[in-house]
Ligand binder design. Structure first.
Ligand code: GCB
Length: 600
């Protein structure tokens, strides 16, 4: 049960209850909690909302910046009607590591702050009673963990994270916690992959169950609740005549229902929405259902005021409305897999997602926010341990998200250091290991940082299409020198054009920090006018090269970062402010995107 990641639901066989609300909470500055028996009772806890990052609630800096162990606890009533079922706790995201205890019994540990995990608590649970759920968590950053960074100890003895990336290290139970129950013989996982014919589609499915007994049947219903195909067995084909395809910004979904039965008795049922569509890379085109698509969208963050990186359905709804208003059709889950509700939104709204694992900070120079090091990241002796954790998270991300029609591609790294040969073996292993994980064989990619150019990157052979993060006009050749920035960008792109590489290139980051309300004629950096000029420069360049198949400026909205002399209370490259109101540039870019056909 502990490897299971299917999204929880309640139906006649299954039970799902969110445990959101106020939990008990306590910092463990001396890491003494275990020795002091906090698994049985947290002494003098404070209350903490879940889901939420704890950081921004506090009014003192030691608490906001707290680094180390911290604990959550909640009493959870488990109804007797669930007797005979497997009982679990499902954590949407515990950032970055957690050990779960129920009624004093250690259940399991998990590392990786952006993916769900299930704790099988069947043996520890007391029915018709309150059960004490306790979590020991930790938010330190290390070079052998994702996302990468260091944890320093200040002279006053306090710990401090030194991320090799700019987004704030928001910590805590950032996504919902669920109490779940399911039958012993239950659906563990399923896959559904479409192929298209002439007005007919075949959905090839597989179903895994926890026990081999029982038979499996599968039904597919359309949006009018009409059955369009059925099949029996743990794998098979659902043939759909006149399929309504899932298309970019024109989504149609089908409901797949899996039943496990034995002796005419229903043992388990699981339903999910799927889309019928194909994704291919053909030469320099990205194709959905055989039709070329030009990506318009954003790099994003799960970030908002008060609760930090907590998943907030209201913020997400607003973000989708903003993206739709802009004429966008896609986004990248920079720099970690997002809450599962995000993918459900995208499935329904017809957005394409580049799904990114939290392999960020894999570059010592990126630690320059904090006085970076020169050494090549992949020459470090930590990379073997890191590789295991990285692959583990890639595996879980693909496992979790593989059935979403919105997922276009897997991004396996953000801005790793590929300008040294030492990166090659790591990339070779990671790309090879990832290939087998996705039944839909989606393209795999990663973002190439500014320093990893056509000339300098040793890892250009790996991606199925390219994501380029480029900052001329901001981090170099800025202000009045922006014309040289444009020239440099064109020089690089001319090399891509002249090469025999026949794969799409998407610009996955570019932008200018912009203080909303700051106007200046003629422009200066940080003004609203300069942000528009920078976007106009990039857009001129994009329109000059056929192989550029998408643009995703950085960022949809301003977001919180570490403190530093390059940031004024956060990263201000948003087209929208942190409270999701437009800067001038949003109106400019909206017009451009509305003028570009969705598909061409
Ligand atoms: C990048 C990173 C992104 C940063 C951005 C910036 O290259 O991928 O995480 O926020 O630059 O604005 O510096």
């Amino acid at each position: 049960m502990e490897q299971e990641l299917l999204y929880p639901l309640t139906n006649k066989c299954r039970f799902d209850q969110k445990l959101d609300g106020l939990w008990d909470f306590k910092f463990d500055r001396e890491s003494q909690g275990l020795a002091d028996n906090w698994t049985a009772k947290l002494p003098d806890p404070i209350k903490m909302p879940v889901p939420a990052s704890f950081n921004d609630f506090f009014t003192d800096k030691d608490s906001r910046e707290y680094t180390g162990d911290f604990w959550y606890a909640k009493r959870v009533f488990v109804p007797g009607s669930l007797r005979g079922k497997l009982i679990g706790l499902r954590f949407g995201a515990a950032t970055h590591r957690a050990t779960v205890y129920v009624n004093g019994q250690e259940i399991r540990s998990h590392e990786g702050g952006f993916l769900p995990f299930l704790a099988d608590i069947t043996s520890a649970v007391k029915f018709d009673e309150d059960n004490l759920v306790v979590l020991k968590m930790n938010n330190e950053l290390h070079r052998d963990a994702l996302p990468a960074g260091d944890t320093a100890v200040l002279k006053n003895g306090k710990k401090m994270v030194k991320p090799f990336f700019d987004f704030y290290n928001y910590s805590g139970l950032n996504r919902s916690v669920h109490l779940v129950a399911m039958p012993e013989n239950h659906v563990v996982d399923y896959t559904a992959v479409s192929s298209l014919g002439d007005d007919v589609a075949t959905v090839h499915y597989t179903v895994t169950t926890s026990q081999s007994a029982g038979s499996v049947s599968v039904t597919l219903r359309d949006e009018n609740d009409q059955i369009v195909a059925t099949s029996n067995g743990r794998s098979g084909d659902l043939v759909v005549q006149h399929p309504q395809l899932w298309n970019v910004r024109d989504a149609h979904l089908y409901t797949l229902t899996i039943q496990v039965t034995a002796n005419d008795q229903l043992l388990d049922e699981y339903s999910d929405e799927i889309g019928i569509r194909t994704i291919t890379i053909a030469g320099h085109q990205i194709e959905v259902n055989g039709q070329p698509v030009y990506l318009k969208g954003f790099g994003r963050h799960e970030d908002s005021i008060y609760a930090g990186r907590a998943f907030d359905l209201n913020v997400e709804k607003r973000d989708f409305e903003l993206m739709k208003w802009m004429g966008a059709n896609s986004f990248r889950t920079s720099h970690y897999p997002y809450d599962e509700e995000v993918y459900r939104f995208a499935d329904r709204e017809g957005f394409l997602i580049i799904d990114e694992v939290p392999a960020v900070g894999f570059k010592m120079a990126a630690a320059s926010f904090l006085g970076g090091l020169d050494q090549s990241f992949f020459a470090g002796d930590w990379t073997e341990e890191l590789y295991k954790k990285h692959l583990d998270q890639v595996t879980d991300m693909i496992h979790r998200d593989k059935n979403h029609p919105s997922v276009l591609a897997w991004s396996l790294f953000n801005e790793p250091d590929t300008s040294s040969k030492s990166a090659v073996p790591y990339f070779e292993k990671m790309f090879a290991a990832t290939k087998a994980l996705d039944p839909d064989q989606r393209p795999r990619t990663f973002t190439l940082n500014e320093d990893d150019t056509f000339d300098t990157s040793y890892c250009k052979q790996f991606p199925d299409f390219y994501l380029l993060n480029r900052y001329p006009g901001w981090y170099h050749k800025w202000g009045y020198e922006i014309s040289d920035g444009e020239a440099g960008l064109r020089e690089e792109l001319d090399k891509w054009a002249a090469s025999d590489i026949d794969k799409p290139v998407v610009f996955s980051e570019y932008g200018a920090d912009t203080q909303p309300g700051l106007h200046k004629l003629p422009s200066v950096m940080w003004s609203e006018e300069y942000q528009i000029e920078l976007l106009q420069m990039f857009n001129r360049v994009f329109d000059s090269y056929d192989f550029i198949r998408g643009e995703q400026p950085w960022n949809l909205a301003d977001f919180q970062t570490v403190e530093g002399n390059m940031r004024v209370n956060g990263n201000k490259k948003g087209l929208f402010t942190r409270d999701r109101q437009p800067k001038e540039a949003a109106f400019y870019l909206r017009q451009r995107w509305l003028d570009i056909d969705n598909n061409f």
